[in-house]
Design a protein around this ligand. Structure first.
Ligand SMILES: Cc1cc2nc3c(=O)[nH]c(=O)nc-3n(C[C@H](O)[C@H](O)[C@H](O)COP(=O)(O)OP(=O)(O)OC[C@H]3O[C@@H](n4cnc5c(N)ncnc54)[C@H](O)[C@@H]3O)c2cc1C
Length: 415
């Protein structure tokens, strides 16, 4: 039987709400602390297929579907001749053949309401944490603790979960080093009324002069994000708005993709997002979701890592096992995405996909290509991102001595 524990979750995002629901199902007393989102729009609107089984398990798929657009695939464009379309219909057997593009505020609200229905208490406040002197423990500030007194009888919770996203509360407090990623990009993001779209519902990724852009079709609008090197952004203005609007007007690819786009929201800007915390747990605390690390927007992996992490953490708490397994699993997940994302930026991933396509009509292509495709697809949709066999196959395919021995991956490099 599971021992009932008092658990504080800091944050009201998908990681926090997913974990809260799962812990309430286990019978724990869960208090979530967060303020309602103030930003006009939230980033993170494109889901990968392997989130769908989690939405089903949480019992929210129908509600999410009603607010969202069905996402049947992804389309990557480099120039007029180099367009790669990936249909989720072709996903490996037993995995979802679709995903969703979600207006994030509504998505967060649905998950949060679900957590409350499961029994979690939501306290609308911003928490401050303190370190307990001379220990590896943290504690809630007195006011936050008091606000939960009806629920936990006034004492400190048994476990504090930092699911506060990029605020990385515990990491900053405990001075835990973050491993930075190699890219120094800035992501400029807003909603616009319209853009060109190759396939309805698909998430679109286009290489631009420097960097790349995403187009995520949403009900009645399109999320248009520009991911460019920081110094390139600053050449286009001092404010995020100036940079976004000028890039939209001046980049030749963006001119073609969004010639009539009218911006509907302010521009939000994100930088230094590639990072991985060197520690994910301590004596009475644990990090979950973005607070422990985030890799890159390019393959829409953030929500997968955050929500899958919630399942892994709930499992660790429920089984009473050490958090070491949880930490190892999350780090392996983030490291795998670091590697895959790196192959996107250095051009080797698409070079290898193009090589596969060129072999499609050969005997070897007919025999092996469907098998190879399924194993690689399983990585990027989130079904086998950390599986050794799949990653080994990918490494072979993108190795310049083996899979790419006669190919130049520069053609697909992202500046
Ligand atoms: C440019 C960019 C594009 C992205 N695009 C995608 C995408 O298309 N698909 C995808 O899957 N992922 C994407 N992501 C990643 C995704 O947004 C995150 O991985 C995801 O939101 C993580 O969820 P979370 O619950 O860990 O954190 P968050 O969603 O950031 O939630 C953190 C919560 O903590 C609260 N909080 C913060 N400080 C405190 C405090 N002191 N007290 C109380 N509450 C606090 C916040 O208010 C918020 O509710 C993108 C990220 C970036 C930077």
């Amino acid at each position: 039987m599971i021992q009932q524990r008092d658990i504080a979750i800091i944050g009201g995002g998908p990681a926090a709400s997913t974990l809260a629901t799962l812990l309430c199902r286990q019978g724990h007393r869960v208090v979530m602390f967060s303020l309602p989102a103030q930003a006009p729009v939230l980033v993170g609107e494109s889901l990968v297929p392997m989130i769908v089984p989690m939405l089903q398990d949480l019992g929210v798929e129908e509600e999410i579907a009603a607010d969202s657009l069905l996402k049947p695939g992804a389309c990557f464009t480099y120039d007029a001749e180099r367009v790669f379309e990936f249909r989720f219909q072709d996903n490996p057997k037993g995995t979802p053949t679709y995903a969703y593009n979600v207006p994030r505020k509504r998505f967060n609200a649905t998950l949060l309401e679900n957590a409350q229905r499961a029994g979690a208490c939501w306290i609308r406040r911003r928490v401050r944490l303190d370190r307990v002197d001379g220990t590896d423990q943290v504690r809630l500030d007195a006011e936050s603790l008091k606000s939960a007194s009806g629920y936990w009888k006034g004492r400190e919770p048994d476990l504090i979960v930092d699911a506060a996203g990029r605020a990385n509360l515990i990491g900053r407090l405990m001075k835990i080093p973050m491993q930075p990623g190699p890219r120094r990009d800035v992501a400029l993001f807003a909603h616009v009324d319209q853009t060109e779209l190759v396939d309805p519902g698909y998430v679109h990724n286009d290489r631009i002069d420097q960097g790349w852009c995403w187009r995520i079709p949403l009900p009645g609008r399109v999320s248009l994000g520009l991911v460019v090197p920081k110094e390139y952004a600053t050449q286009h203005g001092s404010s995020a708005e100036e940079q976004y609007d000028r890039l939209l007007r001046e980049d030749p690819v963006l001119q073609r993709l969004a010639p009539l786009a009218r911006r509907l929201t302010p521009v939000l800007s994100f930088d230094n997002y590639q990072s991985l915390s060197s520690r994910l747990y301590g004596q009475n605390w644990v990090m979950l979701g973005d607070s422990g690390g985030f890799i890159d927007p390019v393959f829409s992996s953030g929500l997968l890592v955050a929500m899958k992490g919630a399942y892994q953490l709930a499992e660790a708490i429920g089984s009473g096992r050490s958090m070491a397994d949880y930490e190892q699993a999350v780090k392996a997940h983030l490291q795998a995405w670091f590697e895959i994302v790196g192959l996107y930026y250095d051009g080797r991933l698409m070079t290898s996909i193009e090589r596969g396509q060129a072999m499609a009509d050969s005997v070897a292509g007919r025999l092996f290509l469907p098998w190879v495709r399924k194993h690689i697809a399983a990585i990027v949709i989130g079904a086998a991102t950390t599986r050794r066999f799949n990653l080994g196959l990918l490494r072979f395919l993108v190795d310049e001595r083996f899979g790419l021995y006669d190919r130049d991956s520069e053609i697909y490099r992202i500046k």
